[in-house]
Write a protein that binds this ligand. Structure first.
Ligand SMILES: [Zn+2]
Length: 405
């Protein structure tokens, strides 16, 4: 059994490395004529170098985390950690909670140097980084605090449900987790985002008038349109849609407003409204909750096998050790689900682009897409397999072809 688990980890790492290598080779190829002129010689070299540095960091961190995981599995470190808490704490619920908490703390500490290097070495070198050290560590602290305050009680409830209902626990646990996710889907942007960023209503002026005119033509209420200070962390431009019904919200980054023309900004906004009008956000939300249901059902079924704990070297079976083994065994299925979800997401992006081109204007949609891509030094000729596994948005050339000229 342990051989299968280690095998899954190794195969996953090899797969990611092969995809990275294919993509890096593909990025040196001459891109499609449609996007060939977007970079000059210097821009192309810069984009290649940026992609290369990110790839090497990804490979290195993947290698370290896979190696540590294999060591932990084969040397019985998980069982030792479990033992350590078991000797000090009586309550099984508390043991599970603290085990999972300490494991996530250890894994955050392991990924910390990679996050630091990515932000302050790579992103800074290419002129993207605006994050100060203070913001970086404040973000980390807030992240830990939020997952303790929100994730902790949910996890405690899930473990309690498992102890009380064992056989049917997965259904109750899913009901709980999905209710929380509905709440977050509706109000997350309002409640959580302001802890990290400042949201301000768009100021009066010609941009707001142009946006209002478009929204009126689509019967879309402008009530929740905010500008976010994305420039606090990065120069990269972005926008997103969240929520549903009365809570629906569109957020434009200040960097987007700074870099794009008025018409291009309205085109991006039209794309976001497209996601809402075409019911992408709601459909993706429902699909993700159904996938969670399937995963909970599988977890519920697997937890009856105590060998899942024993394979990690533990003498006492437990929820947390079995769940850990379960989630590693689930990796191949997660990769397949990722492929499926990414392909749906890319299809939705194309439909939202088409929506914006049809209901607003084609030309600014095209130029906005090109500007956002080249501004972030995107790879203009990614490998199709890499796209299939990793891209939630299609490559620029696919999007331009879809919008048409
Ligand atoms: Zn989109």
């Amino acid at each position: 059994m342990i051989e299968i688990i280690v095998g899954i980890l190794v195969v996953t790492f090899v797969l990611e490395s092969v995809l990275d290598e294919l993509n890096q080779r593909s990025s040196t190829q001459t891109p499609d004529p449609l996007v060939a002129d977007l970079y000059d010689r210097k821009g192309k070299a810069k984009s290649l170098a940026y992609g290369g540095e990110k790839l090497r960091l990804g490979l290195f961190s993947g290698f370290i985390s896979t190696s540590l995981m294999i060591l932990a599995l084969t040397q019985g470190w998980f069982a030792s950690l479990d033992e350590f808490w078991r000797e000090r704490i009586d309550s099984t619920l508390l043991i599970s909670l603290i085990f999972i908490g300490s494991l996530s703390l250890i894994s955050s500490l392991i990924s910390l140097p990679f996050g630091l290097y990515s932000t302050f070495a790579i992103e800074a070198k290419y002129g993207f980084n605006k994050t100060t050290w203070k913001t970086f560590f404040a973000d980390g602290a807030k992240g830990i605090l939020l997952s303790t305050l929100i994730g902790g009680p949910i996890l405690a409830a899930v473990i309690w449900l498992y102890q009380e209902f064992s056989g049917n626990f997965w259904l109750f646990a899913w009901l709980l987790v999905s209710s929380v996710s509905v709440f977050m889907f509706m109000f997350g942007t309002k409640l959580i985002l302001p802890l990290f960023n400042k949201l301000t209503p768009l100021s009066e002026g010609s941009l707001k008038r142009e946006i209002a005119k478009y929204c009126e033509s689509q019967g879309y209420s402008l009530k929740n349109l905010f500008v976010m200070d994305g420039s606090r962390r990065s120069t990269k431009a972005n926008a997103f849609f969240s929520g549903m019904g009365k809570s629906k919200t569109i957020v434009l980054f200040d960097t987007l407003i700074e870099k794009l023309s008025e018409k291009e900004i309205v085109a991006v906004l039209a794309h976001e409204i497209g996601h809402y009008k075409l019911r992408h956000t709601a459909a993706m939300f429902i699909a993700s909750n159904l996938q969670t249901l399937a995963i909970f059902a599988l977890l519920g079924w697997s937890l009856q096998y105590e060998d899942l704990s024993k394979v990690l070297g533990a003498s006492t079976p437990s929820f947390h050790l079995s769940a850990l083994t379960f989630f590693i065994l689930l990796t191949p299925l997660q990769i397949l689900l990722g492929l499926f979800n990414n392909s749906i997401s890319r299809r939705n992006e194309l439909s939202a682009d088409t929506f914006a081109a049809k209901t607003y204007q084609r030309a600014p949609m095209r130029s906005a897409l090109s500007k956002i891509s080249t501004d972030s030094l995107a790879n203009l000729s990614p490998h199709p397999l890499y796209v299939a596994f990793n891209y939630t948005h299609p490559a620029l050339v696919t999007r331009l072809k879809n919008v048409g000229s």
